[in-house]
Design a protein around this ligand. Structure first.
Ligand SMILES: [Zn+2]
Length: 293
């Protein structure tokens, strides 16, 4: 349930997973949290597809089951439909997708959900955790950000949630991009070109039929524009474009890719370093984001 949609189209994935992973002992382990079963896809689906294509392990977690995200359906039936859509979306780019069974529209940053998140991060043995910032129009998004901040240190504390072994090494925590300005605008510390995986990202989003072709257009008053035919509606989905990268995001692209390579980049996913969790230096970030070479 995001107000603005993202996406676009382009080429295909390059699969040299084994060689890439062999180059650095172990596959990276990345876990991303969104409030609803499509939020991670919108903010990091392209970057996740790039990691997966290189043989790294990615899990998306929806903190709610999405059972309020529709104008005609709801409850358990909608939750089951959205879980199936999320799992299909994950399958299409080669990642895992977990949907936690908390009600949509009712998320609060309580101990029960904090423990669920701590367990997810520990079980995944995450090197890197992605999440929304806690400034957002939607309370579920906002509280997902708070819950991740609350878990960031606790994942290393053995006496907290002791049924799941704690991590000895604190992961790096990063925020997804957003457009909110208060109390502080998003700061793109890292910017990833996703031009090469746009088709994959569209394919992933296309799996969320109840959202991208039904609920979001209904909410935006554009439902009549959505074609009925599956191929035609997927083509329509490609036209629902992201805003252009901001000046700050362009500057981040130049930092990581160099000015020449950054110039031609059209579509970007960007991330901000969270002040909690591990504090990565530039070399660590280059190990986590292996796309800049
Ligand atoms: Zn959402």
């Amino acid at each position: 349930m995001l107000r603005t949609c993202v996406f676009l189209a382009s080429s295909s994935l390059v699969l040299f997973a084994a060689a890439a992973v062999a180059a650095q002992d172990q596959p990276l382990r990345i876990i991303a949290f969104g409030a609803h079963p499509d939020d991670c896809d919108i903010r990091a689906g392209g970057t996740a597809a790039k990691w997966a294509a290189l043989g790294h392990k990615v899990r998306f977690v929806s903190v709610t089951n999405g059972d309020a995200g529709h104008h005609e359906q709801g409850g358990g039936q909608l939750a089951m439909r959205r879980r199936a859509e999320a799992q299909e979306a994950g399958r299409r780019i080669g990642i895992e997708y977990v949907v936690l069974d908390n009600h949509d529209g009712e998320l609060v940053p309580d101990l029960k959900v904090r423990e669920q998140i701590i367990r997810q991060i520990r079980e995944w043995k995450a090197d890197l955790v992605l999440a929304p910032r806690p400034n957002d129009y939607h309370p579920d998004h906002r509280y997902t950000g708070v819950l991740l901040q609350d878990a960031a240190f606790m994942v290393t504390v053995p006496n907290v949630t002791p049924d799941t072994p704690s991590l000895r090494k604190n992961p790096v925590f990063l925020y997804f991009e957003d457009g909110f300005q208060k109390p502080a605008p998003f700061r793109p510390d890292i910017a990833v070109s996703i031009d090469d995986v746009l088709d994959k990202k569209i394919d992933m989003l296309d799996a969320h039929v109840s959202q991208v072709y039904e609920w979001l257009p209904w909410h935006d008053g554009t439902l009549a524009e959505v074609p009925k035919d599956p191929a035609a509606r997927k083509a329509w989905l490609k036209t629902q474009r992201d805003p252009e990268p901001t000046a700050a995001t362009r500057a981040a692209l130049e930092k990581w890719y160099g000015a020449d390579r950054a110039k031609g980049v059209k579509t970007v996913e960007a991330f901000e370093i969270c002040e909690y969790g591990a504090r990565p230096d530039e070399a660590q970030l280059r190990r986590l984001f292996l796309f800049f070479r």
